[in-house]
Design a protein around this ligand. Structure first.
Ligand SMILES: NC(=O)c1ccc[n+]([C@@H]2O[C@H](COP(=O)([O-])OP(=O)(O)OC[C@H]3O[C@@H](n4cnc5c(N)ncnc54)[C@H](OP(=O)(O)O)[C@@H]3O)[C@@H](O)[C@H]2O)c1
Length: 331
């Protein structure tokens, strides 16, 4: 077993939100290398995922929730455990792991994470693939489960071009959906989504020509926003819409009234957050998905790998809407 050694580096490079607002508010900073506290591990980061929520935190939109300038974004990393805190099995040292760092703390060369939030990586899975799949795959899996998706049902993934949507499309197709419709903004993206399992490509408003499905049993909605009520109307009787994201913001205030207006169709609407799933269940599903991706059964779609220093560029690409899949930062 590798020995726990004193870290030779005393400082690390990190990306902090220096000023709320646009991507240029991100800055490279030098910080002391943290010592893992009891129950934590220190990870030499090889890959950090860039999530949509990172950009929302950077914008300052969540300042009312306690996020302050100086915050380090990034919720998931993968790399090698280099040190462990008190109470943590030293056999973790030297192991390749994926880690959930929380709402932030991932855009760093060395990250701390609670040991219960790390998962060993199969040799067959790269660290870049792990941070592309880790959070998004679980949201897609449990989102579909929350929607009580069953084989033979017709699914719509709204906002399918992001990391969650790409996984939802693949899981619905693999799970025996009769149809997997997607909304996306371009024909080129539609073709890419077809290769991942989509059967019907619709535009952002849900239009898709004569062959568009008349209705859906399940809608996995990553978009929300002003157009959301019109998608309620596309649910089949007993259909279920589950909001797993809100990249276009809140739905209109009369959204609840639109659900009641469809009373006789017995439709359901719910939100879904992975925060409500037991940690052990999340880890178990991630482990299965990592193994499946390692076997090539699930595709991890990496838009681009950029150096950590280029976090501003990564966020600019996110803001420009040009990301299909995930951007990954590598220290
Ligand atoms: N439920 C959970 O536990 C959980 C966990 C993590 C994150 N999240 C949430 O998931 C969301 C991010 O997911 P993601 O990274 O997969 O998404 P994303 O990449 O940010 O966006 C998904 C797609 O939505 C489309 N889109 C963007 N703006 C739109 C608009 N105004 N109207 C219609 N379509 C639009 C874009 O595709 P096209 O251009 O092709 O249309 C985009 O690629 C965030 O809301 C985040 O808070 C939820």
């Amino acid at each position: 077993m590798p020995e726990q050694s004193e870290n030779e580096e005393t400082t690390l490079k990190a990306i902090e939100i220096r000023t709320f607002g646009g991507p240029e508010g991100l800055a490279v900073v030098e910080l002391p290398v943290p010592a893992p506290a009891a129950g934590q591990v220190l990870i030499a980061v090889e890959a950090a995922g860039v999530g949509g929520v990172d950009t929302v935190i950077r914008s300052g939109a969540l300042a009312a929730y306690g996020f302050k300038e100086g915050f380090i974004p990034g919720g998931e990393v993968a790399g090698t455990v280099t040190r462990v805190g008190d109470g943590v099995d030293a056999s973790w040292i030297g192991r390749r792991v994926w880690a959930f760092t929380g709402t932030g703390g991932g855009y760093v060369e060395q990250a701390v994470a609670p040991v219960e939030q790390i998962l060993p990586l199969p040799d067959s899975l790269s660290t870049v693939a792990a941070v592309t799949l880790g959070s998004a795959g679980a949201v897609a899996h449990f989102g579909l489960r929350h929607a009580r998706f069953a084989p033979g049902e017709r699914v719509l993934v709204r906002g399918a071009a992001g990391s969650i949507g790409i996984m939802a499309v693949q899981l619905a197709a693999r799970g025996g959906a009769a149809a997997v419709a997607v909304t996306t903004s371009s024909a080129e993206r539609g073709e890419r989504l077809r290769r991942l399992g989509a059967t019907h490509v619709l535009d952002r408003s849900g239009q898709g020509g004569a062959e568009a499905p008349a209705g859906h049993d399940v809608i996995i909605d990553i978009v929300a926003g002003q157009d959301m009520p019109s998608f309620l109307d596309r649910l089949n009787p007993n259909g279920r819409m589950v909001a797993v994201g809100a990249v276009a913001g809140q739905p209109p205030a009369d959204f609840g009234a639109r659900i009641m207006a469809a009373f006789q169709k017995s439709i359901s609407f719910s939100t879904f957050s992975a925060a409500t799933v037991a940690r052990a269940d999340l880890l178990a599903v991630r482990g299965e998905q990592f193994a499946a991706a390692g076997r090539g059964e699930i595709e991890t779609v990496v838009h681009e790998v950029l150096p950590l220093d280029e976090a501003v560029l990564a966020h600019q690409k996110m803001a420009a809407g040009e990301v299909f899949g995930r951007i990954v930062l590598t220290p």
